[in-house]
Write a protein that binds this ligand. Sequence first.
Ligand code: SF4
Length: 203
Amino acid sequence: MKKTAGKMKKTRWYDYLWIWTIVYFTLGFFNILFAWLGLFDFLVPLGFAIFGGNKWFCNHMCGRSQLLWKLGRDRKCSRGKTTPEWLHSVWFRYGFLVFFLTMFMTMLVTTYQVFAGAASLKKAVKILWTFQVPWKWAYQGSIFPDWVAQFGYGFYSLMLTSTIIGLICMVLYKERTWCTFCPMGTMTQGICKLKQEKRVYGK
Ligand code: SF4
């Protein structure tokens, strides 16, 4: 139970999902196949937005934003400075979403090339879409074909990159500054808006 402004806030199981974020990166560090579990953070928020028309995932279940909050607020790692206006702007948020989706598609193409035998498995993690870091220890072969591991490396790279950006923003500005331009947040917000307009105007 947490005490907030004189009121007792009941702690739920999903308040601990920040631990899952740490576990996820640890598992992926040792075995890249665990990176597939990150799809949870992609599909569940989209599911809430598409079928429920809400951002319940963002508000309650996002382990990454919980971790940013824990480090920034509880551990005082954040300077707590006001987030610059341009990070809130529509052009930046949607521009970043387009960039992110382009990188996602590039990752899928690389996976397909390995699947089709046009390229071999690259045992490396790309940080900030730029720095190729050898990550050989995380995959020594498995019962799965190589493209499965290639997807793991690509997906882990995306997850790690977005978390690093989130941490940098958390230190420089407010705890959850990353959420202002997080591609999942932008996508789910867009979906919720569309659903709401449809309800109101019957479009
Ligand atoms: S905006 Fe992104 S990081 Fe923030 S709570 Fe939503 S999914 Fe998580």
